[in-house]
Design a protein around this ligand. Structure first.
Ligand SMILES: [Zn+2]
Ligand SMILES: [Zn+2]
Length: 357
């Protein structure tokens, strides 16, 4: 069967790999139906790795995915103890934490020291026709949730975890740097969480328009190389020079970190969600120190899929995941999807790859 494997920077190939057979106890095989292309996939495509992990052997990318169960191992039940059956439509949590290390036992499985994570080297992911996964990682999709939306429950989970770290209070003001899929989902979640105003910064016009459509109070352009005061000036005007209570940095973590600190109020919180391409972030020190900011780094998510799925019934979230999907590609055309997403071409929001087409 076919898989899309990363061999090095910009080297993404359609390859043949072995068919997954004989799901073991508590495992199922799924036919992968939808895979989201994520910013972290693009980092790996561009640099051949992420966060210090590099591709030494070819690796199958893809960690945002849904599929249809095609084979069921003995005793394969979901985390709720419900048996999985052939034909079930499921979203799959890509993370398999060990459950034994100190972070796991502390309730931080996203920080696990010995985990498997589909689609991050060296672990193979979902850009493949069929895949074997643990049954407990599968979340059954109701009829109202599409395969594509199912794949984006991962993106929503990442956003939910960041929102948890932001601790928005009812009536707070919020700023978001970057209105890609994660930034837009942060916007919707911030509104659900009771934010009074959500102010967005984003250089791409279609994304600013989407932010407004999803309820942003304002969405401003960020000119590259504009100085800090100039960037946050409209926000300072909007907030009467106070700044906002909570800032989410969901861009490239370049200058947007400095900008995030400038946008926060004295004593505010900043959550860093974006991953810088070169694994380095620089920022001025005196401003965040003088403001006494609380800065949280956000990594992946905890046990967030059940909440992400339940939120599909919230009126502010209804249909949003499907609306984010702007482009669809066949498995063989994955490289075109990555190239387009990398240069933010053609008004792209979220590219989905559909391995069964
Ligand atoms: Zn992702
Ligand atoms: Zn662990």
């Amino acid at each position: 069967m076919k898989a899309i494997r990363l061999q090095g920077p910009f080297d993404l190939r359609l390859d043949s790999v072995a068919e997954p057979i004989d799901p073991g106890t508590d495992e199922v095989v799924i036919a992968v139906t939808a895979v989201g292309v994520c910013g972290s996939d693009l980092h790996m495509y561009e640099t051949g790795g992420i966060g210090g992990k590099f591709v030494n052997e070819p690796v199958t990318l893809g960690h945002e995915f849904a599929g249809e169960v095609t084979a069921v191992g003995q005793g394969a039940v979901t985390e709720n103890g419900e048996p999985l059956r052939i034909g079930d439509r499921v979203a799959v949590d890509p993370a398999i934490p060990c459950g034994r290390c100190e972070p796991c036992r502390d309730g931080n499985p996203n920080l696990c020291l010995d985990h498997f994570f589909h689609g991050v080297p060296p672990d193979d992911g979902a850009l493949v026709e069929r895949l074997k996964v643990p049954a407990r990682n599968c979340f059954r999709l109701p009829d109202s949730v599409s395969h594509e939306a199912g794949s984006l429950l991962e993106t929503l989970g990442v956003s939910l975890h960041a929102i948890d770290l932001g601790r928005i209070k009812l009536g707070d003001t919020v700023a978001i740097f970057g209105a890609g899929p994660v930034g837009l989902l942060l916007l919707v979640l911030a509104k659900i969480q009771g934010a009074r105003e959500v102010l967005v910064f984003e250089p791409v016009a279609v994304r600013r328009a989407k932010a407004i459509a999803l309820g942003a109070t304002a969405a401003w352009d960020v000119a590259p190389n504009a100085d800090l005061d100039e960037v946050v000036q409209p926000l300072m005007q909007q907030t009467r020079e106070r700044g906002v209570d909570v800032v989410f940095e969901a861009a490239d973590a370049g200058k947007s970190v400095d900008q995030s600190f400038a946008a926060a109020r004295f004593g505010g919180r900043v959550v860093l969600v974006g991953i810088p391409a070169r694994d380095r972030t620089e920022f001025g020190h005196s401003l965040p120190r003088r403001k006494g900011l609380t800065v949280r780094f956000s990594r992946r998510m905890k046990h967030t899929y059940p909440r992400a799925l339940a939120l599909q019934e919230h009126p502010l979230m209804a249909g949003v995941l499907d609306e984010l999907v702007s482009h669809r590609f066949k498995l063989a055309d994955s490289k075109a999807a990555f190239d387009l997403a990398l240069r933010c071409g053609d008004g792209i929001l979220k590219a989905i790859i559909t391995p069964q087409n």
